[in-house]
Design a protein around this ligand. Structure first.
Ligand SMILES: *[C@@H]1O[C@H](CO)[C@@H](O)[C@H](O)[C@H]1NC(C)=O
Ligand SMILES: *[C@@H]1O[C@H](CO)[C@@H](O)[C@H](O)[C@H]1NC(C)=O
Ligand SMILES: *[C@@H]1O[C@H](CO)[C@@H](O)[C@H](O)[C@H]1NC(C)=O
Ligand SMILES: *[C@@H]1O[C@H](CO)[C@@H](O)[C@H](O)[C@H]1NC(C)=O
Ligand SMILES: *[C@@H]1O[C@H](CO)[C@@H](O)[C@H](O)[C@H]1NC(C)=O
Length: 400
């Protein structure tokens, strides 16, 4: 068992003694058109979203990256370099990056780790040095490097090659590129990703419906110890907040988990059409501050119960200034769930329970707290303030 205090001390030591360029102390937040638009995006749509992010509170809430996904590229390289589809991007990529930067945002791009993308467009395989230079020439800040058309070459080799190319073209320059390894969790990237990239996808693509959300949550149970500010972030894929066909309570569950798992928070909806209730959820600064907590540690599963009538689990984890817990009703009837401070959080004393979703204090408690009538597929997402830590070992269920 590793203790979270020890992890924190190690992280701090490495930051101060080693210029390893990791440099991203909290998960990235931003927007990417893929979940809402697939490959049908263009300069106009991206600039509209820049304006919304800047003018409607998303930037001040922390959403900072504007990321292009697959199909910004032209079908062929020009002089061996990646080029853009000029009917979608008539002013080119550099012009768009400059617009993004002028608005105080950061710019992400997509490329493929094989010879071609899923759509048959050029990939970076064997062009890593040239493409990394192109990204620097365009002043790109983030790369999502995808595994489509992977040519059966080992992931570690291909992903490290691009990592080395980025390090080499940015060496000695005041320039960093956040590098997202996107091979869908197929070759355990949480084991080899640290030092290669800043985050790694742990799962196949998310889809905007409950079975996809719940299966991704379940697949994270064994991975929670692998992310952190020192190693890099587990990436359970982009958010599907703001999709009308997902009920509000399920969106709350989705957002609570992604925030507390310390996942990158990359929005994927059409921000021109988000209703006020979902927008307030997306901009909830208490949820975001869990994600951006300086300690950077994921929640882990500490309890579960599954039988015919009742199915729920409890996840908890330390914050820099408290503790966070998710009480999750997997079932379809409302249930109450009791959080036991000692067994589930290793805390005692008097503790204030703060409801992060509704942004209000629920009062002070000793020993335990019961969340009443949690609706179907919903969570109570709470922060515990005060109390004493009685053991440095976290109460995570052991799956190793
Ligand atoms: C996106 O488009 C690609 C090809 O254009 C297609 O293969 C894929 O299934 C689409 N994805 C979604 C989520 O619609
Ligand atoms: C840009 O993309 C959006 C979203 O797919 C589409 O509605 C719009 O017609 C496109 N605009 C141009 C100029 O192609
Ligand atoms: C640009 O994108 C359009 C729309 O998806 C596509 O029809 C066209 O073939 C692409 N052009 C190039 C040069 O790749
Ligand atoms: C380095 O880049 C950052 C971000 O673009 C900028 O704010 C800063 O002034 C640069 N520092 C130097 C020494 O050029
Ligand atoms: C919760 O704590 C109270 C005292 O604060 C105690 O009376 C009660 O038995 C506890 N309930 C559970 C389920 O542990």
């Amino acid at each position: 068992m590793i203790t979270w205090k020890l992890i924190f001390i190690l992280a701090f030591t490495r930051f101060t003694t080693c210029q390893n360029g990791l440099g991203y102390k909290t998960p990235p937040m931003g927007w990417n058109p893929y979940n809402a638009f697939n490959t049908s995006f263009n300069d106009t749509l991206i600039r509209q979203h820049v304006n919304i992010i800047v003018n409607q509170g998303y930037l001040s809430a922390g959403y900072r990256y504007i990321n292009l996904d697959d199909a910004w590229q032209a079908s062929e390289r020009k002089d061996n370099k990646l080029s853009f589809n000029s009917s979608k991007f008539p002013f080119g990529i550099k012009d768009l990056v400059d617009y993004v930067h002028k608005n105080g945002l950061l710019f992400g791009i997509y490329s493929d780790a094989g010879t071609q993308t899923c759509g048959g467009l050029p990939g970076s395989l064997d062009y890593e040095d040239i493409d990394a230079q192109t990204f620097v020439d365009w002043d790109v800040d983030y790369l999502k490097y995808d595994n489509c058309n992977e040519q059966r070459r080992p992931e570690q080799e291909r992903y490290k090659k691009m990592s080395d190319a980025i390090k080499s073209v940015t060496a000695g320059k005041n320039k960093t590129i956040y590098y997202n390894i996107c091979e869908w969790g197929t070759s355990n990237p949480w084991l080899w990703g640290p030092g290669v990239g800043h985050s790694w996808r742990t799962t196949p693509d998310i889809n905007a419906f409950w079975p996809s959300i719940i299966s991704i949550i379940d697949s994270q149970v064994r991975l929670t110890e692998y992310g952190g500010p020192e190693r890099g972030w587990n990436d359970p894929d982009m958010l599907v907040l703001g999709f009308e066909r997902i009920p509000y309570d399920e969106q709350v569950t989705h957002y609570a988990f992604w925030a507390a798992l310390k996942a990158p928070l990359i929005l994927g909806c059409d921000l021109r059409k988000v209703d006020d209730k979902i927008k307030a959820l997306i901009l909830n600064e208490d949820i975001i501050s869990v994600n951006q907590d300086p300690l950077g540690l994921s929640i882990c599963q500490v309890y579960y119960r599954t039988d015919n009538e009742i199915s729920f689990d409890i996840w908890t984890g330390p914050l820099d200034d408290g503790y966070v817990a998710i009480l999750f009703n997997r079932g379809i009837e409302p249930i109450s769930i009791t959080l036991d401070f000692k067994n589930h959080c290793r805390l005692d004393g008097t503790i204030e329970v703060y409801d992060l979703v509704n942004q209000r204090s629920n009062g002070n408690y000793a020993n335990n707290y019961t969340a009443l009538d949690i609706p179907k597929h919903c969570v109570e997402f709470i922060k515990l303030i005060g109390g004493n830590n009685i053991d440095d070992d976290r109460p995570c269920l052991n799956y190793s």
